[in-house]
Ligand binder design. Structure first.
Ligand code: SAM
Length: 307
């Protein structure tokens, strides 16, 4: 049976008493004052139909909605005639707002939403969720839209192992360094990217990762949804011809076994080495990392670093 809260009615499942979550048999605070649940509520990433029945119910029944941008969330709520009070919770007030949100949680449930997709995924949420867990407040995630999973499942790239890296660095040297770290991984790589940086990121990726399979998923769930699938070079050609617009999720195939058995050519090794040295990495560790990724001997790579 359900130990608390109006929001826990149809479809409510008994919460496990694992971890630090507070349950009837496992209170983590001495006082047994009523305490709400923090619900993490995904919202549509483009198509307003992509909201679940459960998300609508939680948004309606919560005593407060903490929203990244209250104006954006108000539009969604008004479409479904939901009038729950809103407070802002965004990148610039996410620490200052904790008290307000925990005061509300002492009295009832709070729903956390971002502008689009799943809160906490390249969106505010992490600090609030950590603090709620530390205070023994139940944290309940609702499954729902996120660009990362929508892009992955339709990309045609392997889905059994993937790494989401959020937004890659903007500056050229930091971008190359980040790509160097990702280069040897076997997992499909997924990043969020802005349209005006797409071609530069693809060019850096072709240099550092090699010309692998890649996919650009654009405007997911919207009228002009578009998937471009091919090699990185093919995508560079396509987006030089067709200026990228809209929201973009970028995916790269992971390193394949052949990559490590086929040594890199000297130019690629030199470039990888130069990138690491430019980041201030010591020669010995740069040589070791590049040797591992390239199939070259560490001493040979080290000697190149002295040229
Ligand atoms: N929390 C969101 C989620 O779960 O997907 C992501 C928020 S992040 C600030 C926004 C980025 O996600 C966009 O810049 C874009 O890279 C990606 N994105 C969001 N909506 C998208 C869509 N409809 N199609 C493709 N990518 C999208």
């Amino acid at each position: 049976s359900c130990w608390r809260s109006a929001a826990c009615t149809p479809g409510c499942m008994k919460r496990s008493s694992a971890g630090t979550q507070r349950t009837p048999n496992n209170p983590t605070r001495k006082d047994l004052a009523p305490m709400g649940t923090l619900y993490i509520v995904p919202t549509p990433i483009g198509n307003l139909e992509d909201i679940t029945l459960r998300a609508l119910r939680i948004l309606r029944e919560a005593s407060l909605i903490a929203a990244e941008d209250t104006r954006t969330t108000r539009k969604l709520l008004s479409r479904y005639e939901i009038s729950t009070p809103l407070t802002s919770y965004h990148e610039h007030n996410k620490l200052a707002k904790l008290d307000t949100i925990f005061d509300a949680l002492a009295l009832g449930d709070v729903a956390l939403v971002s502008d689009a997709g799943t809160p906490g995924i390249s969106d505010p949420g992490y600090e609030l969720i950590q603090e709620a867990l530390a205070r023994g407040i139940p944290v309940v995630p609702l499954p729902g839209p996120s660009a990362v999973t929508a892009a992955l499942v339709a990309s045609g790239l392997p889905t059994d192992r993937f790494l989401f890296v959020g937004f890659l660095p903007r500056k050229a040297a930091a971008l190359r360094a980040a790509l160097q770290e990702l280069a040897p991984l076997r997992a499909t790589l997924i990043a969020y990217e802005s349209p005006n940086r797409l071609v530069a990121t693809l060019e850096a990726a072709r240099d550092v990762l090699g010309d692998r399979p890649a996919v650009v998923a654009r405007e997911l769930s919207k009228l002009h949804e578009d998937f471009q699938r091919g090699t990185i070079s093919k995508l560079i050609d396509h987006f030089r011809e067709n200026e990228p617009r809209g929201e973009i999720t970028l995916l790269f195939g992971g390193a394949v076994e052949n990559d490590s058995s086929e040594p890199w050519d000297e130019q690629r090794v030199r470039r990888a080495l130069a990138d690491r040295l430019a980041q201030g990495e010591p020669r010995s560790s740069a040589a070791r990392a590049v040797a591992e990724a390239s199939g070259w001997n560490r001493r040979e790579v080290y000697n190149l670093s002295l040229d």
